[in-house]
Design a protein around this ligand. Structure first.
Ligand code: SF4
Length: 438
């Protein structure tokens, strides 16, 4: 992989891709490379909403190797604005990388994003919401039970903290869910393998009570794959219980989303009847060869072609705009099996976008963070920034060509408006892009 890009590369690509907002390009670079914090900046972040480790680590360094204790001091997200490029407000998920060229620092009493000492933007932080100061009756904190991301928009319910795809031969090669669970436990965090349905209801009742401004508008139920059974349930039965209970107690209060495997139609009907509105059967990488290498468990238990077929079939159950499979942008360039050139990687990923969007299904992506606790992230850095910028244009143009609206459940599109924080796909589209209705 090429050496880390820098703000000069952001500016170069910004000139080359003048039809894309510079905010989206910088955001992609911050997500792929991660962000460093000075001790002063961490001190100034003490009252801000902390990073919750809502499913994976999304860091470029293991917790044990963070010399400033960043994992418990860094904020969940930062909001960039201003600076020499007059940035519109841009929400970026924090991926801690003490070696990053991008450093959040304190200058003249303000928090700023810097590169080589130059100020790039003002940094805003989200205040810790009042519900984060509450606990369940059994003492478990809301930060662990029901953290919110996307500037408070999305309640993230990882109800099963592990994955039954286990070890090198089954785990997705970019994923550190099981390793992250272990490091969180070692760090003494209250990380629970399974969250009980009643605990989730109690946590949501607290959020509902405290969130008087109604910032939280959606929730995601997710967790690792269940190959056989967990607590006597198969995957569909296990996860559907949460949706059913939440929708029974708080009907329509939040947009309900579910991230699980690509399951057969009978399971999808169970989810739909439980009240799930949006289904995310994440396919991770489009290329057939890479899917089998990068997602060996999914290949072995379901198979790539069946996985894609089930995504298409899901459109009949939920409606095409409410089937939103994720892929991990950049893993298709990971060594040793990935594409050698940006052109080939984009051609392959574009084929997948075309396949789904021609059917009214809009995939979205998370920018790959090569976590050192994952197989692929152990020995390499991210995909080139040029790939990520090319993907923003490709995604935007494929969406426009098929005259599709932006996917629902992510807030507003457009630079200055988007709150989706783990990739810039919504920052890159025009503000005028309509959003699919629910
Ligand atoms: S299915 Fe893959 S990506 Fe999902 S939790 Fe398991 S190993 Fe991670």
């Amino acid at each position: 992989m090429p050496a880390a890009a820098s703000i000069e590369e952001v500016d170069r690509l910004s000139a080359e891709f003048a039809d894309l907002p510079v905010e989206a390009i910088l955001k992609e670079d911050l997500l792929r490379q991660g962000i460093a914090f000075s001790d002063e900046a961490l001190r100034a972040s003490a009252e801000a909403k902390p990073k919750s480790y809502f499913i994976f680590s999304f860091d470029r360094r293991p917790i044990e190797d963070m010399e400033l204790g960043e994992s418990s001091r860094a904020p969940e997200e930062i909001a960039l604005s201003g600076g020499p490029r007059s940035l519109r407000r841009t929400i970026v998920s924090v991926r801690i990388a003490p070696d990053s060229p991008y450093v959040v620092d304190r200058k003249d009493g303000r928090l700023v994003l810097t590169a080589s000492g130059d100020v790039l933007a003002e940094v805003g932080l989200q205040e810790t919401p009042s519900y984060y100061r509450r606990t369940l009756a059994n003492g478990k904190p809301i930060t662990e039970m029901a953290p919110t991301i996307e500037w408070g928009y999305l309640v993230y319910l990882t109800v099963y903290r592990k994955c039954q795809y286990f070890g090198f031969k089954e785990e997705c090669q970019f994923c550190d869910i099981n390793e992250n669970f272990r490091q969180q436990k070692r760090a003494g965090r209250p990380y629970n393998t399974v969250k009980e349905v009643d605990e989730i209801l109690e946590a949501l009742a607290i959020i509902d009570e405290e969130d008087v401004e109604r910032r939280s508008q959606a929730y995601t139920i997710t967790g690792g794959s269940i190959v056989e059974h967990l607590r006597g349930h198969d995957e569909a039965g296990f996860y559907a219980r949460y949706a059913k209970a939440i929708e029974g107690r708080f009907p329509g209060r939040w947009i309900s989303k579910l991230v699980v495997q690509a399951l057969p139609r009978e399971s999808l009907l169970v989810f739909r009847d439980a009240g799930v509105r949006i289904y995310h059967p994440n396919y991770e990488v489009w290329d057939r060869r890479l899917f089998s290498i990068i997602c060996p468990g999914k290949e072995r238990y379901i198979g790539r072609d069946e996985w894609m077929r089930r995504i298409v079939d899901a459109a009949d159950v939920f409606g095409p705009s409410r089937v939103i499979p994720n892929f991990v942008a950049g893993v298709e360039m990971a060594l040793p099996h990935g594409f050698a050139t940006v052109k080939e990687a984009l051609a392959s990923t574009g084929e997948g976008l075309e396949f789904f969007m021609s059917k009214g299904i809009t995939p979205r992506f998370t920018t790959w963070c090569p976590e050192p606790l994952s197989v692929l992230g152990r020995s390499q850095g991210p995909a080139p920034l040029e790939y990520h910028v090319g993907l923003l244009r490709l995604w935007r143009d494929t969406l426009a060509r098929h005259r599709l609206p932006a996917p629902p459940g992510y807030g507003l599109p457009g630079a200055g408006k988007a709150i989706f924080s783990v990739s810039a796909f919504l920052d890159a589209v025009p503000e005028s892009t309509p959003v699919a209705s629910l």
